[in-house]
Design a protein around this ligand. Structure first.
Ligand SMILES: [Fe+2]
Length: 191
């Protein structure tokens, strides 16, 4: 059913940083899964394959372009969408130009739901779902050990507490950072 997605996934896999668990390959796959969960739970009338491609490519810029993560974060809309456009031009020949624009637009709109609450409530559904799928991953409790591993110089118990508080805050304030009410069912499933 998602044959074009599977084909593209195989082609772009070598471009991903598999060691970067915050923005790399594992994160991309998890956001694809979250997006699929939202798509099903919200019974959306959009193309799930285009949604999956946008989720797969949304953070690829962290892997292929930049060592400066702060620059990548601040200008994320422009950089992530430019990288996605280049990748689709090379590997996305099975997708029409119209489909590519849908994917690129969602990627352009995906950053900064947290903490800035730059949401996509008045934008297209692809942008809304991709942003929610990515935001959920930011607060995924299973991701906490990754942060702990990266910050070994700090006291682990302090960080653990901080992350727990962070996740508790998000769970009780989730409505402030997501576009679609029905996204909540997917985040509940993860806990
Ligand atoms: Fe992401």
């Amino acid at each position: 059913m998602l044959s074009r997605f599977i084909h593209l996934q195989k082609q772009v896999r070598p471009l991903f940083d598999t060691k970067d668990r915050i923005h790399g390959w594992d994160h991309a796959l998890q956001v694809v899964e979250n997006a699929q969960c939202i798509f099903e739970n919200c019974s959306l009338n959009i193309n799930s394959e285009l949604l999956a491609v946008s989720a797969l490519l949304h953070d690829l810029h962290y892997s292929v372009l930049l060592k400066n993560k702060i620059y990548a974060y601040i200008f994320e809309s422009r950089i992530s969408s430019r990288v996605a456009r280049d990748v689709l031009d090379i590997y996305g020949i099975e997708f029409s130009q119209e489909e590519k624009e849908i994917i690129i637009k969602a990627i352009y709109n995906h950053p900064h739901s947290f903490p800035f609450r730059r949401l996509n409530k008045n934008k297209d559904l692809y942008s809304q779902v991709l942003q929610d799928a990515d935001t959920m991953e930011l607060f995924n409790p299973e991701r906490a050990p990754v942060y702990l591993h990266k910050k070994q110089t700090k006291p682990r118990s302090f960080l653990k507490k901080l992350i727990t508080n962070f996740n508790n805050y998000f769970t009780s304030h989730i409505g402030l950072y997501i576009n679609l009410e029905c996204t909540k069912h997917c985040s509940v499933k993860k806990n």
